[in-house]
Design a binder for this molecule. Structure first.
Ligand code: SIN
Length: 540
């Protein structure tokens, strides 16, 4: 039994300082709630700041001729390859204009068009120019800056370098706080009737990712241990173009935003042949899953054997350095001048389309537990997220989650923090991170088959030991272990190819059997298992 060595209270605990978490915290504060934001790193270390392309939104009076919210909904559904929840898509996309207006009121500055209004670009899967951006290709950084500034003005405290280990629950299973370790590994309890997970994704499951080091699936693991369900976890989106910096790249690789293709760049191979020609009617602006899979196939079939990258020819973009300063700087640092030569690129893990099953107001099936942003599975993304829909989702669902917490508090349906159960640091299976990343990259990335997924399972079996989660690295490694197990369970079962889930042994999409989501829960021994179809039907 661990006795917490420190304790603090709030009405709402928000885990994560990305767009969803900070938006929720600010809205909760406006509603008069005492909010505490917790992050295992520094406030600005989340995934949001790395987002480049922008926010997909159809603003009133500022859109391409004929573009509508309905068209944005349609593009999202097409990209999602038959697995989106249509009602969730409509609700979130329709909430976009108000969410962007609120963000601008909070101080975010978007790039202006020379003709007035906001500049708009286009990305894969979008039928119109509707992606608003900031700092050229630094949209996430601007959103993060504005929200952190508003949080410090708005007296929203941020507890940095504190990792959330587990939910504290009442004997009835309601969430009423968090068990947290401080930077020195000292445990403590944060008590609150509501906890919002906004902890981002799980790109660190793979050796190469566009995600920062913090993206280790902690929120997904915490939610599963608290009794929540997860869905669509087999759909991890690979971004088609991260900067290729040499064989065996590890960790966060610089993104080359899809907006570069939106503004005319094309994918070519070492011989100069177009990669996307004849693959999809939208060619280089096909949805992201299509482009990433086509590049992977192209590399595998390269003359003379397997290639590990292709090229993005952006030499036709005359003002590249001004329009894409972040990408330009990353290219120059890698010795590539995008004005004069094609940029070497390859796909890398980018975004978890699935996650904790949540409504569009962040409510999960567990009283007191809410989720928003990449950690959540609202049904917006289906089997493949439409580009630049994620900042949008964070803004809309973050706001609604705060409002849902306020409503639930007013209704008196949440637990009283004092009713908390005994608190103990959990013990959980922890795999060796290097082995996990190696086999996930080899067998559970783009192009999976039954045999390879079974190899992942065997390697995890061999490299996993039960450990008490008494440090940040152990919390992260345990989360990666649960996330990997959940992903391979769902990926092995789904005997078809759809969206980001590409099976080399089941190459076709099979709507008759598989136009449904799979739901994962933890069994009593802490292993992720697929929930039975009755539970899954309630979600899908
Ligand atoms: C990009 O700019 O290509 C990434 C944006 C996104 O993931 O939505």
């Amino acid at each position: 039994m661990t006795t917490p060595r420190w304790e603090a209270r709030a009405d709402l605990l928000v885990v994560g300082t990305g767009v969803a978490g900070l938006t929720a915290a600010l809205r909760a504060r406006e509603l008069g709630l005492r909010v505490l934001v917790v992050t295992k790193a520094a406030g600005e270390d989340g995934n949001t700041r790395w987002a480049q392309g922008g926010v997909a939104v159809v603003l009133p009076g500022e859109h391409d001729e004929g573009d509508t919210v309905d068209a944005h909904v349609r593009d999202t559904l097409v990209a999602g390859a038959g697995l989106c929840d249509e009602a969730a898509v409509e609700a979130i996309i329709a909430g976009g204009p108000a969410a962007v207006a609120r963000l601008r009121e909070r101080g975010a500055v978007f790039d202006a068009a020379p003709t007035g209004g906001l500049a708009r670009t286009r990305e894969g899967g979008h039928s119109a120019f509707r992606v608003v951006h900031a700092g050229g290709d630094a949209t996430g950084a601007e959103v993060e800056r504005a929200l952190l500034a508003a949080a410090s003005d708005g007296r929203v405290p941020v507890l940095e370098q504190h990792v959330a280990v587990d939910a504290v629950r009442t004997p009835l299973g309601q969430v009423c706080g968090l068990l947290v370790l401080d930077g020195n590994g000292v445990p403590g309890v944060l008590s609150a009737p509501a906890v919002l997970l906004a902890s981002g994704g799980l790109g660190q499951l793979y050796q190469a990712t566009s995600n920062p080091e913090v993206a280790t699936g902690d929120g997904l693991a915490l939610a599963l241990r608290a009794g929540a369900l997860a869905a669509d976890v087999e759909f991890v989106q690979f971004h088609p173009t991260v900067l290729y910096t040499g064989r065996g790249a590890r960790g966060r690789c610089p993104l080359v935003t899809e907006a570069v293709r939106g503004e005319g760049a094309v994918l070519v191979d070492a011989t100069g042949a177009r990669v996307m020609r004849g693959v999809h009617p939208l060619e280089d602006l096909a949805p992201r899953d299509v482009v990433a899979a086509a590049i992977t196939r192209h590399m595998a079939g390269a003359p003379g054997g397997v290639d590990d990258h292709v090229f993005l020819d952006a030499t036709g973009i005359s003002d590249f350095a001004r329009r894409f300063p972040t990408v330009h700087a990353a290219c120059l640092a890698a010795g590539v001048d995008p004005a004069g030569e094609p940029i070497p690129v390859a796909p890398a893990a980018h975004f978890a389309c699935g996650g904790v099953v949540s409504a569009v107001d962040g409510r999960t099936g567990v009283t007191g537990l809410y989720a928003a942003g990449e950690v959540a599975r609202t049904g917006l993304h289906g089997a493949n997220r439409l580009a630049s829909n994620s900042l949008l989702e964070g803004l809309v669902v973050g706001t609604r989650a705060a409002e849902a917490v306020a409503a639930d508090l007013a209704l008196g349906v949440l637990a009283k923090p004092s009713a908390s159960a005994a608190v103990e640091l959990p013990t959980a299976p922890v795999a060796d991170r290097d082995s996990l990343q190696r086999v996930m990259s080899r067998y559970a990335a783009i192009g999976r088959d039954a045999e390879g997924l079974a190899v992942v399972g065997s390697v995890l079996d061999l490299s996993t030991v039960d450990r008490k989660l008494d440090g940040r690295q152990l919390v992260e490694d345990a989360a990666l272990t649960v996330a990997a197990r959940a992903l391979i369970a769902a990926a092995a079962e789904r005997e078809e190819s759809r969206g980001c889930h590409v099976r080399t042994d089941f190459t076709e999409r099979d709507d008759a059997r598989w136009q449904r989501s799979q739901v994962v829960r933890l069994n009593p021994s802490g292993q992720p298992v697929l929930a039975d179809p009755v539970v899954a039907r309630g979600v899908a």
